[in-house]
Design a protein around this ligand. Structure first.
Ligand code: PEP
Ligand code: MG
Length: 746
């Protein structure tokens, strides 16, 4: 085998480009490429396998294997040597393939006679597209130069695949970005929506992966990196005073000045890649490593590098976030992730949101809920699959996204939308009616809120008041700590919008999953059970006092209701109340008008508080069950962890019994109690809560209609009988018995 030189690789890339440029159908192009590579590498075989679906690779072209095997030979990811390359996204280079781990004999290809095997993943920005393989009869390991040259070729193939260069008639691969795709994710906010894709950050398209003037490309790269360094320095100057942000930008600077990063890209250019393709090759490697690294610190640094590469690509291609495309009239936002502030800027113009990352408890999810926009998170690969303007349907009931759906799916989905619209009609017809059961019991339905965007729902939903105003949301969607005067104006607007309806302001509940962007996160092993909510409030009373003052001033002589989060023992409530008294006295001294009446309550979110002394129940003005937290601590199951969260049903008999005991204690002590966790907004759960003694429920505005509609059909005595019977039978959950009961009501 002759030694290969740099110019060999360049020649190969040059010929590849010619092959791509010719006016031939996709399959012919692929065939030409495998022929070119095999000849140029001096190997008997070159094959290209591409993904047919998420789990299956298909032999799409070959030089040297049996022709009949093309489009017939398929393998699962992980299966055989080719499948292993795809799965691990790593090169396999072996002189003795039949002896290598994972080898699978495929008689239809006639492959047993080939000894050496070199498999290279074809990937683009961490997105696996296929595998490029060369094989030879002579047993030998391919040299580092050869591996490198084929990696460069694979990179170009990836670019070409992305651009649809192999799309053609007959057996050729189907076009990427043109076929229907179904993506499963997790529901962040219920609802269904149909519209067209609007990419939050459109991908940079590299249309010129191969270049024939390396000097010019090297110069372009140098100029772009110089511009990048200047912009990073500017970012650094702007971030002075913000330590956390500075740390990130310092990491950017380190990469931007990294000699080895630059050297690797220069080497790729010498091999024949364009400056853009060289940057993207580095970026792809970094992304692949993000997926494989177990080290959180390393993953973060690799993400920094990813972000930096994006910036560099935008400089090189001149493609900014603004690509000149017009936002469709029915936009469904697709993004890898998005911050709450950015989402608020889009506001109610969006029909739906699909995120590749994100989580149910993320701040973006909180904002999506406030805006009542259907949201799917963890929708894998969506940001690489979707293109601006693609037809998309978001099923926020099932957690499914249909991208470019075919007609059958689209029409079934439209039936679903129509059914939802009909239900909404029904709900609005009972909006001004009370949630009165057939046995004559009225349940007060309030709404949960936290952003100004929530306020219109007060009138629209028929809520009797705001049962939980999560004040931390205002802190979470900003980049810096809000001032007291800003808060006071905001709270006054909330009270104004409520027009005399009650509003329960919960003091700041930060910590756990709610980390303020401008506060240093605490490195706690178990943040949900860590320094959070009232624990922070009492240990660092400055912010709590500031917030209380803002609330008192906003009330400006009106009545006010305040609630403390996460009270786990009586003393915490007493200490918090003492802060209220101190702040009131100070406000009076300063000559401010005090609230006409003040109610101070506690959230019951830890099982411990259910067993607090009788005196606590007598002293507290009211209680509100924070079911999200209470349930996670009752079952010891993280509310953010889908795997364990779903194991335990809210209608589990033990949990219902526990809740009923709390309701009974409140009845005995005449303590007003409400339930404000997410479960209060689920109709079946809400019905059970009403039956076991809760007379006030607070929920997302969109849940008020469905909950009211069910309550108005049911008799709480009957519901209690159903629960009792399930208990007597020893059922684990009362859900199936309840579902049977409810079916009879429709
Ligand atoms: C709860 O825990 O149920 C609750 C309402 O508070 P949050 O969801 O904000 O923690
Ligand atoms: Mg809570």
């Amino acid at each position: 085998m002759p030694e290969r030189t740099e110019s060999d690789s360049r020649k190969l890339l040059g010929r590849l480009r010619d092959a791509m440029a010719g006016d031939v159908a996709g399959q012919a192009r692929l065939d030409k490429i495998t022929h070119l590579i095999a000849t140029s590498m001096g190997c008997e075989v070159c094959s290209i396998y591409l993904f047919r679906d998420e789990n299956t690779l298909e032999l799409c072209a070959t030089e040297g294997l049996k022709e009949d095997a093309v489009h017939q030979t398929r393998m699962k990811v992980g299966e055989g040597l080719v499948g292993r390359v795809a799965k691990r996204r790593q090169v396999i280079n072996t002189p003795d393939a039949p002896q290598a781990r994972g080898f699978r004999y495929m008689p239809e290809t006639g492959e047993e006679i080939f000894s050496s095997f070199l498999g290279i993943p074809i990937q683009r920005l961490g997105d696996a597209l296929g595998v490029l393989v060369v094989q030879s009869k002579m047993a030998r390991e391919f040299s580092a130069d050869e591996v490198y040259a084929l990696e460069v070729v694979a990179m170009v193939l990836a670019e070409m695949t992305e651009l649809g260069a192999f799309v053609g008639e007959g057996e050729a691969m189907s076009a990427r970005h043109s076929h229907a795709v179904l993506v499963r994710g997790t529901v962040g906010q219920e609802g269904v929506a149909e519209g067209h894709v609007w990419l939050h950050e459109p991908r940079v398209v590299v249309s010129n992966p191969i270049a024939d003037d390396p000097e010019r490309e090297a110069q372009r790269l140098q100029e772009a990196v110089d511009a990048l360094r200047v912009s990073v320095d500017q970012m650094l100057t702007m971030s002075i005073g913000d330590k956390d942000q500075q740390q990130v930008i310092e990491a950017y600077r380190m990469f931007a000045n990294s000699k080895s990063w630059m050297r690797r890209m220069q080497e790729d250019i010498v091999q024949g890649l364009s400056a853009e393709a060289a940057v993207e090759k580095e970026q792809s490697l970094a992304r692949a490593r993000i997926g494989q690294s177990a080290d959180a610190y390393l993953r973060e640094r690799l993400s920094d590098l990813d972000d930096l590469s994006n910036r560099l690509l935008r400089i090189l291609t001149g493609q900014g976030s603004d690509t000149g495309a017009d936002m469709p009239s029915d936009p469904i936002l697709v993004a890898r992730n998005i911050g709450p502030g950015e989402l608020l800027e889009y506001g109610r113009s969006l029909r739906g949101i699909v995120l590749e990352q994100g989580s149910v408890g993320s701040h973006a999810a909180i904002v999506a809920r406030a805006l009542a926009i259907p949201l799917i998170v963890h929708a894998s690969r969506i940001s690489t699959e979707a293109l601006n303007g693609d037809h998309i349907m978001v099923d926020g009931e099932q957690g499914i996204v249909h991208l470019r759906p075919d007609d059958t799916v689209a029409s079934a989905f439209r039936d679903k939308i129509a059914m939802q619209a009909a239900a909404q009609e029904r709900y609005s017809s009972i909006r001004d009616k009370p949630a009165m059961t057939t046995c004559g019991q009225t349940i007060a339905l309030h709404m949960n809120a936290g952003l100004m965007a929530d306020l219109p729902s007060l009138a629209n939903s028929g809520a009797e008041g705001v049962g939980l105003f999560r004040t931390e949301l205002q802190f979470l969607v900003r980049n810096q700590m809000p001032k007291r005067s800003e808060l006071s104006t905001l709270y006054a607007r909330v009270l104004g919008a409520a027009k005399g309806k009650p509003v329960v302001f919960r003091t700041l509940d930060i910590g756990s999953d709610k980390v303020l962007p401008y506060m240093k996160p605490n490195d706690e092993p178990n943040p949900a059970m860590g320094w959070r909510a009232i624990r922070v409030g009492l240990d660092k009373p400055g912010i709590m006092r500031m917030q209380l003052q803002a609330l008192f001033r906003a009330a400006d002589g009106r009545s006010l209701t305040v609630m403390f989060p996460f009270i786990a023992q009586f003393d915490e409530f007493r200490a918090a109340r003492a802060e209220v008294d101190k702040t009131l006295a100070r406000e009076a001294r300063l000559g401010h008008t005090l609230p006409s009446s003040l109610k101070i309550g506690a959230m019951l979110e830890t099982p411990s508080l259910a067993f607090a002394p009788q005196k606590f129940f007598e002293e507290v003005d009211f209680l509100s069950i924070g079911g999200n937290d209470l349930k996670q601590f009752f079952f010891a199951a993280d509310r953010e962890n889908e795997r364990v969260r779903k194991r335990y049903d809210t209608l589990n008999v033990s949990f219902l019994t526990f809740l009923q005991d709390i309701a009974n204690r409140c009845i005995q002590t005449d303590t007003p109690v409400s339930f404000c966790g997410e479960d209060a907004g689920r109709p079946v759960e809400a019905l059970c809560f009403a039956a076991i003694g809760f007379r006030t429920l607070s929920m997302r505005p969109a849940s008020i209609g469905p909950v009211k509609s069910l309550l108005r059909r049911c008799d709480l005595n009957e519901v209690r009988d159903v629960i009792e019977a399930a208990r007597d039978r020893g059922d684990q959950s009362v859900r199936s018995a309840m579902m049977n009961y409810i079916r009879g009501k429709y």
